[in-house]
Design a protein around this ligand. Structure first.
Ligand code: G3P
Ligand code: MG
Length: 254
């Protein structure tokens, strides 16, 4: 299977979890800050509620990042709609609501932000998450450029691929396994995302020869980012979008 093209120039820096460290993670406030700082692309995490709605949240439970409690996959939309996703980070962000994928998509389109949607399926919901998120991404970005959709879950990626064959996919491996290329090809994925500590010459050579962009998370030091770009890493996800200012898009062949 031929890997679908991303169709847009890949910026060097993606704001991690919407606004990096400058806003509560996975919030609309973060998207606004990223856009204000001139970022061209953002990454955020998406998980299904009990009603099967994709919401922006990293953890399977609400406690760390919101004033709610319990499991996201067991929470109805009516509950998620009223939790405060800002107050845990800083009082200045109190009242910041948990965004749905639909509301984040609308704001990203308005702000001209390119998007990497990272699917974070709760255990047992991998295939459903892949299918629902892929279909919703296709609908929300019906016109214009499709986001890059990534996941650590190959089950979610395979379901997304089956639901929307043209979706650009990214395989996430903190440390890519020895057969990572086979896995990327099986999913017809577009990119490989890994930790910067996993980048070695062999990985760079193999990815480059296969035409697979390598993206690294999470890179917060400008010197580390510069060294990674120098070695051939295509882009980084960063929490320090205030100091990783290299926001010029870099055209890469897709
Ligand atoms: O998608 C890159 C990165 O966000 C993966 O790690 O745990 O921050 O979602 P995490
Ligand atoms: Mg993420």
């Amino acid at each position: 299977m031929i890997s679908p093209r991303l169709g847009w120039p890949l910026p060097r820096v993606f704001a991690h979890r919407c606004g990096g460290a400058l806003a509560p993670e996975n919030t609309l406030a973060g998207l606004r800050i990223a856009a204000r700082l001139g970022l061209r692309a953002v990454e955020f995490d998406v998980m299904l509620s009990a009603d099967g709605t994709p919401w922006l949240i990293h953890d399977e439970t609400l406690e760390r990042t919101t004033n709610g409690f319990g499991r996201v996959c067991e929470s109805a939309d009516t509950r998620l709609r009223v939790v405060d996703a800002g107050v845990c980070r800083h009082p200045a962000f109190a009242g910041e609501l948990l965004p749905t994928l639909a509301s984040a998509a609308s704001l990203c389109r308005q702000l001209g932000l390119r998007v990497n949607v990272e699917m974070k399926p709760a255990a047992g919901f991998e295939a459903l998450t892949g299918e629902v998120v892929a279909r919703q991404v296709r609908r929300l970005w019906a016109t214009g450029e499709l986001p890059l959709v990534s996941s650590f879950s190959e089950t979610a990626l395979a379901a997304a691929r089956a639901a929307v064959p043209e979706l650009p996919l990214g395989c996430l491996h903190q440390r890519p396994p020895v057969d990572w290329l086979v896995r990327v090809r099986e999913l017809a994925a577009w990119s490989l995302h890994c930790a910067p500590t996993s980048v070695d010459d062999d990985l760079l050579r193999t990815a480059s020869a296969a035409g697979i962009p390598l993206l690294c998370y999470t890179v917060n030091d400008p010197l580390t980012a510069a060294a990674l770009f120098q070695r051939g890493v295509a882009a980084v996800f960063s929490d320090r979008i205030d100091c990783l200012g290299e926001n010029q898009p870099r055209m890469i062949e897709t």
